[in-house]
Design a protein around this ligand. Structure first.
Ligand SMILES: [Fe+2]
Ligand SMILES: [Fe+2]
Length: 364
């Protein structure tokens, strides 16, 4: 009997045509609960092989968890090859990077259970930290792991920071940002944005991550200080962080209309990268809230919710606000562009018995 917890699922669309795979590839046979190896490390993924699998109505394949890092490197290689290609024009690079990015994030709209929702984010993190390592900062993958461990071992804050880091890179690439240094700033800023929360009481952090903003006044005043706490910690410890990273950390709760904190700055006063991290931050909080409530079908609408003011202060606004105008928290142009690029893909999701029958058994 196959121990399915040793494997993780990968959507077929994530496999790269005409390139060698650097891991063994398996199919799950539901009938006899077995993993069947269909390709091995070093095999070339040809069009015929891909077509054969698609023709069998297979949309998800499996990779051993011990090959996870190899898979992330394999995925990141396609991004970094384009970003670093000196012969390719900027427009072409952006066009290609967007194709890869959409493939990476498409799985978000196909989630059907909690394990998958965690797995998708983990995969996004694995790939984006490797991209930044490849194109900008060789040691970033290790720094990423060290910092997430340091943020609070095993805590929700660690997962949130990793998710915000990778979503910021993904959203940044969809907004045409492919400059290595800016990608690194997004990744690093996303990772460090809530560092100041480590100075706050655990109960406050928990409320923030669970989206409970009805804190007593004393807790709220401590909470709104966290961008400042983080700045103090970072400035005293490191002189190597860029202005972009410091802006991200300090401005990630500022609202577009000047109703945010700590400085109530607005629109053009907010660093563009901080605006992207703000969207990534709220996306992750709502994403995990929807997953906890098993509202998987709403996940592909998160950006729309943000744009339409259906989410206020990270909460899904289920009741009408009694005529109160919603706050404009985000830069609408960024949200519109992201929505245009992230098209929910429902095709094949959950319809394949082989896939849906198995996905419940794969532990994240
Ligand atoms: Fe924060
Ligand atoms: Fe956050």
């Amino acid at each position: 009997m196959a121990d399915t917890t040793d494997y993780f699922p990968v959507p077929m669309k994530q496999l790269i045509l005409d390139s060698d795979i650097s891991f063994n590839l398996f199919l799950y046979l539901q009938l006899n609960n077995k993993m069947l190896q269909v390709m091995k490390k070093g095999d070339l993924m040809t069009k015929k092989r891909l077509d054969d699998l698609f023709n069998k109505n297979i949309h998800v394949v499996f990779i051993l968890k011990s090959d996870k890092e190899e898979f992330y490197k394999y995925k990141a290689k396609s991004f970094s090859a384009v970003i670093l290609d000196e012969k390719c024009s900027q427009e072409k690079k952006i066009e290609q990077i967007k194709v890869y990015t959409k493939e990476t994030i498409q799985g978000l709209s196909e989630v059907t259970n909690l394990e998958e929702s965690v797995q998708i984010m983990e995969n996004c993190s694995g790939v984006t930290k490797q991209i930044v390592s490849d194109v900008a900062n060789k040691g970033f993958a290790k720094a990423f792991d060290d910092i997430t461990k340091m943020i609070k071992t095993g805590s929700g804050l660690m997962v949130h920071s990793a998710n915000v880091s990778s979503l910021s890179v993904i959203f940044g690439m969809l907004m045409n940002i492919i400059e290595p240094k800016e990608l690194e700033d997004l990744a690093m800023g996303g990772l460090l944005h809530d560092l100041g929360l480590s100075k706050c009481d655990g109960a406050i952090v928990e409320k923030y991550l669970k989206n409970e903003h009805n804190m007593p006044e004393a807790e709220w005043s401590a909470f709104v200080e966290h961008p400042m706490y983080a700045m103090e910690m970072l400035k005293s410890r490191s002189s190597t962080l860029s202005k972009n990273v410091l802006d991200i950390v300090f401005q990630h709760h500022e609202n577009f209309d000047g109703t945010g904190f700590p400085r109530r700055i607005k629109n053009m006063q907010i660093n563009y990268l901080a605006k992207i991290v703000r969207i990534a931050n709220d996306f992750d909080i709502v994403y995990r809230e929807l997953a906890a409530q098993q509202k998987y079908d709403q996940m592909s609408n998160i950006l729309l919710f943000l744009k339409n003011g259906i989410i206020q202060d990270n909460k899904l606004r289920e009741e009408d606000m009694g005529g109160k105008a919603p706050k404009t928290m985000y830069d609408g142009r960024i949200l519109e562009e992201l929505i245009k690029n992230i098209v929910p893909v429902k095709e094949g999701a959950g319809t394949d018995a082989l896939v849906s029958g198995n996905s419940n058994k794969i532990a994240a």
